[in-house]
Write a protein that binds this ligand. Structure first.
Ligand SMILES: [Zn+2]
Ligand SMILES: [Zn+2]
Length: 90
């Protein structure tokens, strides 16, 4: 049954951005607030739309995204090395 289209895009996302999400986080390299460089291995804070902030700005923003009002949470760091996401068997 085709119901109403379930997934409406957030207002600030393009279709290509949404498609990219399926391949993992975008890992933006700059703080949106102070333009500090953020390497994938650095500590950064993101909201669910991947608005990205350095830890100092996230703190001064009270860990709330100024763009969408969402929570800012620590971004998982990504090493430069090979992706290794194995889950240990229970
Ligand atoms: Zn910043
Ligand atoms: Zn946001």
């Amino acid at each position: 049954m085709a119901g109403e289209a379930g997934n409406r895009l957030p207002w600030h996302m393009t279709v290509s951005e949404t498609a990219r999400m399926r391949n993992g986080l975008e890992m933006r390299v700059r703080c949106e607030s102070c333009d500090a460089g953020l390497k994938p291995a650095d500590t950064a804070f993101i909201c669910s739309y991947e608005c990205t902030f350095c830890s100092a700005c996230a703190r001064s923003l009270d860990e709330t995204c100024p763009n969408c009002g969402g929570e800012l949470v620590p971004r998982p760091r990504r090493s430069d090395a090979t992706v290794d996401c194995e889950v240990e068997p229970a």
